[in-house]
Design a binder for this molecule. Structure first.
Ligand SMILES: [Zn+2]
Ligand SMILES: [Zn+2]
Length: 122
């Protein structure tokens, strides 16, 4: 089984990160989308796996402040809302790829500003 590995991580802009994969696939991620999909314990209910961030509650203006490699298996992002506890494994990132092949229909972009950014569903 091939393991997905990024060959190159391109910081296109603070709101976009591209990953060039070892199998030739290219994924282009908006920052708000990765922030919304954050897999950390604060953002996902550990017992149910339910996502606590309401869809559309992360503003499209969310920026990537930093990205770094963690070991040989994940990326660690810091976002402009100061959230930085998510570890995005390569497999997880690949499964999030929003290209037309991987996500027919594409992403629905949230508003540039939202009233309560990152508000949590109860
Ligand atoms: Zn999180
Ligand atoms: Zn894709």
């Amino acid at each position: 089984m091939t393991q997905f590995m990024p060959k190159r991580i391109k910081r296109v802009s603070p709101v976009q990160t591209d990953i060039y994969w070892n199998d030739g696939h290219v994924s282009s991620y908006p920052s708000w989308y990765l922030r919304e999909m954050c897999p950390c314990a604060e953002c996902v209910d550990e017992s149910t796996g339910a996502r606590k961030i309401a869809p559309g509650s992360i503003p499209a203006s969310t920026e990537r402040v930093d990205v770094e490699l963690v070991g040989n298996y994940a990326l660690h992002f810091t976002w402009s809302d100061n959230h930085d506890t998510g570890l995005y494994t390569f497999d997880f990132l690949r499964s999030l790829c929003p290209c037309p092949q991987c996500l027919p229909g594409g992403l629905k972009e949230p508003p540039a500003q939202v009233e309560n950014p990152g508000s949590f569903e109860v």
